[in-house]
Ligand binder design. Structure first.
Ligand code: SAM
Length: 221
């Protein structure tokens, strides 16, 4: 019957010919599952750990570079009952759907942290803040959106500029970008700079597109 219809069953084709499409389907399915897990859950779990590692006292001034709708900013704000969580962004919807300052403000209200959150419109390459204003500067998946390599480096220079001596820097980004930030830190006034993978929870489809975190402490003069 299948021959009449021009359709081959698995037993007619044989497993030998079928394993390749089946394997590819399984790889594709695993890639989709990993991607969805990274966006919906993995990113949040990784940042929970990174914020925990900072050992925040609760009164710090923290800056999130490219905060978008606030996934990381609002998680940080929950750790800062007497502090400030400041987000800066250009609110580019091409980088995150539904990206708008009002959306982030609404999300902060829904999370019950709007009393300690401030939002600014600004460019990471030229931050609208003075030197040494923040105890912690962090960024999640934002700096790689700056296309020019020299301008990405400038964003790292700016991140260090607004950090107070002894303040902590945490930059999380995708692919090879984080290695560029670590190299940029080599000529900046920081100590204890390091880079590591954040693990499978932020694999964007598989180990071929991983996420790294760069950490450093601003040197004291
Ligand atoms: C992929 S989203 C990440 C948002 C958020 N940090 C998160 O992890 O959910 C990248 C963000 O970087 C912002 N962005 C890109 N280039 C920027 C620039 N030059 N200055 C400020 N923000 C920028 C975008 O508007 C967007 O909100």
């Amino acid at each position: 019957m299948s021959a009449v219809l021009g359709v081959s069953t698995l037993s007619e084709v044989g497993w030998g010919a079928a394993w390749l499409p089946i394997s590819w389907t399984l790889v594709l399915l695993a890639a989709v599952l990993l991607y969805v897990h990274a966006t919906r859950r993995g990113k949040f779990l990784v940042w929970e750990d990174l914020l925990g590692e900072l050992g925040l006292q609760g009164h710090e001034r923290l800056l999130d570079l490219g905060c978008g709708r606030g996934a990381v900013l609002l998680a940080a704000a929950r750790c800062l009952p007497q502090g400030r969580a400041v987000g800066v962004d250009l609110w580019r919807s091409v980088d995150q759907s539904g990206n708008a300052q009002n959306t982030t403000r609404r999300n902060a209200r829904a999370e019950g942290v709007s009393d300690r959150v401030n939002l600014y419109t600004g460019d990471l390459r030229c931050l609208p803040f003075g030197d040494s204003e923040f105890d912690v500067v962090l960024s999640s998946l934002a700096i790689h959106n700056i296309k020019d390599a020299r301008e990405r480096r400038q964003a790292v220079v700016e991140a260090v500029r607004v950090l107070r001596p002894g303040g902590r820097l945490v930059l999380v980004d995708i692919g090879r970008s984080a290695a560029v930030y670590e190299r940029a830190l080599g000529s900046l006034p920081v100590i204890e700079a390091g880079i590591r993978s954040v693990g499978w929870r932020m694999w964007w489809g598989g180990p071929w597109l991983r996420t790294h975190v760069v950490t450093a402490t601003r040197a004291t003069p």
